[in-house]
Design a protein around this ligand. Structure first.
Ligand code: VAH
Length: 315
């Protein structure tokens, strides 16, 4: 059976739903510290779980005879800056519990998400290579960089089959944004539909690597399904799809909502975004396990406007 930890979150929700579609509802156990949206709660088994509590995690693994774990629980970049120690504990303790259970043979395969946040201000910003200088300046980035090192260590030293990828900003509509710096690119669609206007907390020229949710879910499942010998990188794979600025996104939205207007009021999140690359070289993932993205900015925008309007009943 499969366990998704952090299943009520932005990626966890859609990952759980997709895994249930593929494997069957009852074989995918969703768990989180809080309940998820209606679609998640009604589609299969759910357990309230504190991912930092080892014995609670261990008992769910045993209760449901779990083989594969997707550990999606984390505190994201903007929120983590407000609660550094809580973020470190959630992001790291949860990973140690899963890696140790895998080391003991109680879990067969682990997926753990990293992020482009592992890169810092001294990393080359254009076409950032798989191996690069990494001096992350955010709590979230530090936790993801350290997590990658531990994944590599548990694989090399104990043979743990852990797989990881560095997500860019993920754009989706089924859940509300959850504390990410890239979440302006989600909020903007809600505001465009409701008020035909948006004030961006990132400047108009802030280009960031982004990806539509369906691409991220496909990449995640493709990596987990790949034969182990094809997974050559056991820290975390660079992964990329598109890159855009708030200005470019606004222009794309205006093709659908001509009167949409945007203004810019950068806040503390500008500094976080400025420390990250603007686009990523993901040739290793494309080579090792045939990764390629489907959604470009035009397709993402159409999906988001339709999806937000339908899900949040804005017409
Ligand atoms: C965040 N969406 O903004 C996450 C992600 C690269 C961005 O890590 O914190």
């Amino acid at each position: 059976n499969i366990l998704v930890i952090g299943a009520s979150g932005q990626i966890g929700t859609e990952l759980s739903l997709k895994l249930r579609e593929i494997h069957g509802n009852d074989l995918v156990i969703a768990s989180d510290i809080r309940e998820g949206n209606e679609e998640l709660m009604q589609s299969g088994p759910f357990e309230i779980l504190d991912a930092t509590n080892f014995s609670d995690v261990e008992s769910i693994i045993e209760k449901y005879k779990i083989e594969d774990v997707y550990l999606m629980a984390a505190m994201l970049s903007a929120t983590a800056e407000k609660h550094p120690m809580k973020a470190w504990s959630l992001n790291m303790d949860s990973l140690f519990h899963i890696l140790n259970l895998a080391k003991e043979g109680k879990i067969k395969k682990v997926f753990w998400p990293s992020s482009i946040a592992v890169f810092g201000p001294t990393t080359p910003k254009e076409n950032t290579p798989q191996t690069a200088v990494m001096e992350p300046s955010t709590v979230y980035g530090i936790s993801k960089q350290t997590g990658e090192r531990w994944c590599q260590y548990f694989h090399d030293k104990y043979g743990v089959d852990v797989r990881s990828m560095r997500y860019p900003g993920i754009i989706s509509y089924k859940t509300l944004p959850g504390g990410g710096t890239t979440d302006y690119a989600i909020e903007i669609f809600h505001e465009a539909l409701k008020n035909k206007a948006y004030t961006s907390y990132l400047s108009e020229t802030t280009g960031l690597p982004m990806m539509y949710m369906d691409d991220a879910i496909k990449a995640t499942i493709d990596l987990m399904e790949a034969p182990s010998e094809k997974v050559k990188i056991r820290s975390s794979y660079n992964l990329s799809a598109i890159s855009f600025t708030p200005k470019e996104l606004a222009e794309e939205i205006r093709k659908h909502i001509p009167e949409f207007s945007i203004n810019y009021a950068p806040d503390f999140r500008q500094k976080i975004a400025d420390s990250w690359p603007s686009d990523i070289d993901d040739s290793e993932a494309r080579k090792d396990w045939n990764w390629k993205h489907q959604y470009d900015l035009a397709a993402l925008t159409k999906k988001m406007l339709d999806g937000v309007a339908e899900t949040f009943e804005i017409n």
